[in-house]
Structures are given as C-alpha cells and as structure tokens.
Write a protein that binds this ligand. Sequence first.
Ligand code: DGL
Length: 275
Amino acid sequence: MDNRPIGFFDSGLGGLTCIAPLTRALPRERIIYFGDTARTPYGSKSPDTIRGFARQIADFLVQQDVKMIAIPCNTVSATCLADLQERFSDLPLVGIIHPAAETVAKTCTESNSIGVIGTKVTIRSRTYDEYIHRLAPSLSIHSAACPAFVPLIEEGIIENEIMDLTIRYYMDSFISYHKIDTLVLGCTHYPLILENLRHLYPKLRIINPSEEIVGCIKNRLDEQNLFAERETSAENIFYASDLSENFVNMINRIFKNTGFTVAFKNFDMEANKCG
Ligand code: DGL
C-alpha cells in the first residue's frame, strides 16, 4: 500500500481527459498533474525540445514524491518514454500508446481499416503502427496528423462550426479514401472533440486511449502493491506553467459534485518555482 500521489503530465489540458475515468476507477488515489500550458503545443516541436521539456517536468514530479508517473501525452510517449524509463529506472512509468495499441490488437481484425490521428510528432514517429504491429502484424493502419486541433481545443473552440469544419478538413478524405471504420484518438486533447466526431461520423468506432491508460495504471499499481488505502481522497494538485481560466474551469467541471478537493498552482518553468 502506498498513499503517495500519482504524477501525471501533459503538454496542456489534454491529459485531463484521463483524469475523470481515473477518479472513477481509482477513487482513493491522489493526483499531481502538470500541464505545460505555457509551452503547448508540443506536437509540432522537435523531438529534442520535447525530450528536454519532459525531463524537466518528470524531475519536478519526482521531487513531489510521486509513486508513479503516468504520461497521458501521446507526443511525449512517442518521443521519449524509453529515455524517461532509463532516467527513472526505480519508478513505475506508464505511457499511453501501449495500452491503446493493446486494445486495438485485441478488438480489431484484418477486415477493419484502422485510422490513427495525432500530432505531427506522434504520427511521424510511427509509434502507434510499431506497437500495434508488434501485437498484431496483419492489421491495416493508416495515420493522419491533425495539427490544428490542439490550439483550437486549448482555446476552448469546440462546440461550434469552426471546429467541425477543421475536423472535416482533416478527416473527410482520410476516412473515405482509406474506408476507415475504427479511429484511434492518438492525442489526449482529441477526446474533447469526441461528440463532434460522433456527430460527423456516426458509423465510426472510436478508441479513446485516455480511457485505456487507466486500466494500465491500475494493473501497475496492483502488480507493485502500490494502491492507496485511504478512505477519503486528500487534495489533488493541478500545476500549470501558465494557469489559464480554461484549465481551471475544465478541472472544476471534472471534479464538480465528486467530493474531491482540488488545488491549483502556477509553476514558472524558467524560474523553476511556483508563482
Ligand atoms: N495532448 C498531447 C498528445 O497527446 C500533445 C498535444 C500538443 O501539445 O501538441 O499528443
């Protein structure tokens, strides 16, 4: 048993999409989340830059004495999971791509046409293709980068025509050309446009890695006997490198009426301190 918090980090608010399923599945666990909102988006930056950001944030989480680091960010998972695993060899580290690839491999067959969408870095890395093909070599996978989604989502431009047009710009021909029937949301921001996708493409089966990572976190905690044992959850802390209203509102929405306590802190990455 271990009552220390689980550390999460993402380039911004995208990783919050796994927090609601996590608190439902593991209500006793405490969370320390870091959203690098000052430097988002990561998905169009160089792998070296992303690696540097990821190390800095993981170091910060380790200083907060987390018992595990979960990386819901696909871009970071695709770029430097192995690097972080090497740096923190004593700490359980969970990335998002492997659990999602397992779900694809378990639930799809050769007759499916699978689409993976994500940031430029995630798609260029071909990590999804590699992980899925390791488990199920005969599956047919097509991928597309959708770089305009993240800035719009970070701005809260979701339930409107601009987002729907942007989705159609990237997806209409991708889906029809490859006859995609299963779509993997290879960026944690994308579950925030799930309703738009469902409305525009009602026949599509959608795999949401933000939900799949929760099962993987649960298994790792179980394997290493790290479950928290408290009855009521202590405070969850949400750090952002630029604490925006959108970030705070979204977290408040996730925790509304749940009885969990939430604190917000701004963390200045350059000065390496809160405030
Ligand atoms: N949400 C992140 C991901 O899952 C990265 C988005 C970005 O910052 O470009 O890839």
